[in-house]
Write a protein that binds this ligand. Structure first.
Ligand code: ADP
Ligand code: MG
Length: 258
């Protein structure tokens, strides 16, 4: 059985891409077969996994989505990373797909068509969303079994979740009745201010029990900000690092949800 998790928040820098890389590699380290899909025209996930110029790729997610829209056969385009994770990369052409989608039939289901064709090969498929709640993100939510919401441990980012949760509820009502909340992941937690408790209370106050919060919290760390440039996960960089430990704990929680 394959589980598809959309990693979503319309705010940038929360950190979606870092979580996709490290949860993805974390799952591989637990023996799972994992595909990560870059669904952001900025191609940050692709870059974080070593593809320095995603705009020069022959095949990336936008090509696949165009092929599905045009009812053509889908080409291979998956890239294998040294840490055992598979990547469907993305580039700037995804912005163009956004426009093609406006007139496409079943425009909310284009990414789902691709994801469904990949399910048989993987235990987990993680989709790294772009920082918007537009058509591409709606496609990602429509394709997913659950949504994982990374949020920065601070007051305003938590308040900003309202719009995201409303969008998820709309997708659930109209497009994907079986989507569930995987959980909110509190990240970039500063040990000195130790906001975690306040932030959790705030989340509970605003969103109640309807959205679970992961026990694991990701600490703020300058080292973590270096990994995107290194092209590898935090586990390759330093597997004893507190951020690596935190992502390992998160991985176990996600597996426990199976
Ligand atoms: P998003 O995909 O939501 O825009 P990113 O994952 O790209 O966010 O993260 C934004 C920035 O924050 C990146 O420069 C990243 O390296 C950095 N970052 C990620 N996790 C941490 C952390 N735990 N502590 C400090 N910086 C982090
Ligand atoms: Mg990103």
């Amino acid at each position: 059985m394959c589980k598809v998790i959309s990693i979503c928040n319309q705010k940038g820098g929360v950190p979606k891409t870092t979580t996709t890389v490290n949860l993805g590699v974390g799952l591989v380290r637990e023996g799972k077969k994992v595909l990560v899909i870059d669904a952001d025209p900025q191609g940050n996930l692709s870059q974080s996994l070593g593809i320095m110029n995603p705009d020069e790729l022959d095949v990336a997610l936008p090509d696949i989505m165009e092929q599905i829209i045009m009812d053509k056969d889908v080409t291979e385009g998956i890239v294998q990373h040294e840490e055992g994770i598979d990547l469907m990369p993305c580039n700037i052409n995804l912005s163009g797909v956004n426009v093609s989608l406006v007139n496409a039939m079943s425009r909310e289901f284009v990414l789902k068509t691709y994801v469904e064709s990949m399910r048989e090969f993987y235990d987990y498929i993680l989709i790294d969303c772009m920082p918007s709640l537009g058509m591409i993100t709606v496609n990602s939510l429509t394709a997913a079994d659950s949504v994982l919401i990374p949020v920065q441990a601070a007051y305003l980012p938590v308040k900003g979740l309202e719009q995201l949760i409303t969008t998820i509820c709309r997708v659930k009502k109209h497009l994907n009745p079986s989507i569930r909340f995987e959980g909110i992941l509190i990240s970039m937690l500063n040990a000195r201010t130790n906001y975690a408790k306040d932030i959790m209370e705030l989340i509970n106050e605003y969103y109640g029990d309807s959205v679970p919060i992961f026990e694991s919290k990701i600490p703020f760390s300058v080292k973590a900000s270096e990994i995107s440039a290194a092209g590898v996960s935090i586990f390759s960089l330093d597997k004893k690092h507190p951020v690596a430990k935190a992502y390992e704990e998160l991985t176990k929680e996600v597996i426990a949800h199976e």
